[in-house]
Write a protein that binds this ligand. Structure first.
Ligand SMILES: [Zn+2]
Length: 277
């Protein structure tokens, strides 16, 4: 009887690994994680966009009260904020705001042709726009448009989505999430962050027309505002005039005014801000 033949063979190639290239497998894995995260980000963002405007406005007020207030203004800056506030109070009175929705105006020492509304009914108008507006009716159109974004809770919807995103980002990196949230809520909450939809812009313009009609008996201020924004189209786009195209908004405003039988006379009342230059 011959002794058993012992062999020391290597196991066959490939029995313990997939036929896939290992890098390809890793790419799949990383890819799926990214897709799941993106879906999560989108889902949570959309949920927040739906939910935020349904929260009581008081939540916005409390949130903003918890943030550091801006430095007190003096001299010309304070005068501009007072003029804006006085006009905003009259505009808001013509817009049937729900109770408990104060509108707080402040000028901002920046040259861009821009203005924006943020949480808690705060509206900021950049000096670049403040000084180029020549008529009260035109400023009233601007304020009514921004106040409409507050009233319709567009601000909460857009910021809610952004905040949910930064909250989720903070799961990945506390720094990135915290920075994003701070940027959204702090004084710097402005450029590009309020990418309102076409429908939201149209609704704000329509509300501005109605407010102008109630205040002045005609609505020419909105057309003058949009024309001013269009003239300055060579400048870098800002949230106020990037989307949708100004020309389209002008046409829609004319159409709506015509349908309602509102006249669009040239604004007459001087805006006192311009004379102080
Ligand atoms: Zn807008």
């Amino acid at each position: 009887m011959s002794p058993p033949r012992l062999e020391n063979r290597l196991p066959a190639e490939g029995i313990n690994s997939s036929r896939e290239h290992p890098l390809r497998e890793a790419a799949w894995l990383v890819g799926s994680v990214l897709v799941v995260f993106a879906l999560l980000l989108f889902g949570v963002g959309e949920l927040a966009r739906w939910l935020a405007p349904r929260l009581p406005f008081e939540a916005e007020l409390k949130l903003m009260a918890a943030l550091p207030a801006g430095d007190p203004q003096q001299g010309e800056a304070a005068r501009r904020s007072r003029a804006l506030q006085a006009l905003a109070d009259r505009v808001a009175a013509a817009m049937d705001l729900p109770p408990g929705m104060p509108i707080q105006l402040r000028s901002e020492a920046r040259d861009e042709l821009n203005a924006y509304a943020t949480l808690g009914g705060r509206v900021r108008v950049f000096d670049g726009l403040y000084t180029r507006i020549r008529h009260e009716e035109t400023m009233a159109a601007l304020l009514a448009h921004e106040i409409a974004h507050v009233r319709e809770r567009h601000v909460a919807a857009q910021l809610g989505r952004g905040l949910a995103g930064s909250l989720l980002l903070s799961l990945l990196s506390a720094d990135a999430g915290g920075m994003a949230a701070q940027q959204l809520l702090g004084q710097g909450a402005q450029l590009g962050l309020f990418a309102y939809s076409r429908e939201q812009e149209a609704a704000a313009d329509a509300a501005a027309l109605a407010a102008l009609q109630r205040l002045y008996g005609e609505v020419g201020g909105l057309a003058e505002l949009l024309e001013l924004l269009r003239e300055q189209d060579g400048e870098a786009p800002t949230a106020l005039r990037s989307h949708p195209a100004i020309t389209e908004r002008l046409a829609a405003a004319r159409q709506l005014a015509e349908a309602r039988g509102w006249t669009s006379g040239r604004p007459q009342r001087p805006w006192p801000g311009a004379s102080a230059e």
